[in-house]
Ligand binder design. Structure first.
Ligand code: SAH
Ligand code: SF4
Length: 360
């Protein structure tokens, strides 16, 4: 645009929430600023939850104005907060005209934050509400980081238990948003950003082989594989991407990831959703034992969480316990996932990304 002979170029500003400390430092140095400013500003963002550069009042306005020319801080907005009777909190956040969900799950000695990586999900698993609602788009790095910052700010205000663990188990398949998920993990573990230990981050995936191969050379975090079925025909049908990445190959790629890993020294986590008359027969448990025999792993049985118009039913407690006992007897470490936030539809597979026409 030209005004009075002056050319004005509109530069798209960089959101500080989308870069790690090193990148931020380089940008400040390019701007001619002192390196210590990088730590100072990151401290305001990540420890005092400042979400507007104008609110930093002990940095000279001239310096801030220079920084503001190319950088800003943009958080996503919280649309609604819903509290469960068991302490779980669902944060619905607004992005464009869509919404995503982030779940805070406090326990006795820890508090887990379950974050989303996509609006909707591309994979379309038949037993998952997110999958049933289709795919809208990948979340940007800043949108992944904003979920954590927004929740941290509120739980601090409410004096609730600090987040100790972060799991990529919300809406979306994290490995189909590879670049942004990896960059956000690097910000989550960055000492000057969210400063989380990699031992406290878990990524759950249906098994995207090329992404698993790349991931092992970039970052070591806890890996959970949503295996759920031992038979390719059933898995093809219920997790359609199995047609491309089948059971044998996803197990091989996951094994290669954990072989390289210090974080997963107790093995891979295998997730197994319990669906009545689909995958809960005694023959299924023995098949599971046989395909996992050479894979260091622990097994997490997930009672199916129901949602409106779902075709599936959760296996009976008796069936789940039988599975549990047989797996244990065969030497596996097994857990049964506790249902949390079920009364507010905040459990696995119940997160909905549907378009909210009511939001303006
Ligand atoms: N897309 C990733 C992570 C998000 S889903 C993945 O699929 O692994 C987190 C976990 O919830 C996965 O193991 C998923 O299979 C499981 N899940 C999905 N729908 C569910 C439902 N209705 N009941 C119980 N678990 C479900
Ligand atoms: Fe996507 Fe995971 Fe749901 Fe499957 S289970 S549709 S991969 S979020």
């Amino acid at each position: 645009m030209i005004f009075n002979g002056i050319i004005k170029i509109n530069i798209k500003k960089i959101n500080i929430l989308s870069i790690n400390y090193k990148k931020f430092l380089i940008l400040l140095i390019i701007l001619g600023e002192k390196p210590f400013r990088a730590k100072q500003i990151m401290n305001y963002i990540y420890n005092f939850y400042i979400n507007d550069l104008n609110l930093i009042n002990n940095i000279n306005k001239k310096i801030l104005n220079k920084i503001k020319k190319i950088l800003n801080i943009k958080n996503i907005k919280i649309y609604k907060i819903i509290y469960s009777n068991d302490g779980t909190i669902k944060f619905i956040m607004k992005i464009d005209k869509q919404r995503i969900e982030t779940i805070y799950i406090p326990e006795k000695y820890r508090a887990t934050l379950c974050i989303s990586s996509q609006i909707g999900c591309f994979v379309g698993c038949k037993f998952c509400l997110t999958g049933k609602q289709g795919f809208n788009r990948n979340l940007y790095i800043s949108e992944i980081i904003s979920q954590i910052l927004n929740v941290k700010k509120i739980i601090k205000k409410k004096k609730l238990k600090n987040i100790t663990n972060i799991v990529f188990m919300g809406m979306g398949e994290p490995l189909l948003n590879f670049k942004n998920v990896v960059s956000s993990i690097l910000i989550i573990v960055d000492k000057y950003c969210l400063n989380f230990s990699k031992y406290r981050i878990t990524l759950s995936t249906v098994g995207i082989i090329p992404a698993l191969k790349k991931l092992k050379n970039i970052i070591d975090i806890n890996l959970a594989l949503s295996l759920h079925f031992t038979n390719n025909k059933i898995r093809n049908n219920l997790i359609p991407i199995n047609n491309k990445y089948n059971i044998k190959n996803i197990l091989k790629a996951s094994k290669e990831y954990i072989n390289n890993s210090k974080v997963n020294k107790n093995g891979l986590t295998i997730e197994y959703v319990m669906l009545k008359n689909v995958n809960d027969n005694t023959k299924d448990v023995y098949k599971l034992i046989s395909i996992l025999k050479n894979i260091p792993c622990k097994i997490n049985l997930i009672p199916f969480n129901n949602f409106l118009k779902s075709k599936f039913i959760c296996s009976t407690k008796k069936k789940i316990n039988t599975f549990f006992k047989i797996l244990k007897k065969n030497g596996f470490i097994v857990t049964i996932r506790k249902k949390r936030g079920n009364d507010i539809n905040a459990s696995c597979g119940q997160l909905s990304g549907k378009i909210l026409n009511r939001i303006n």
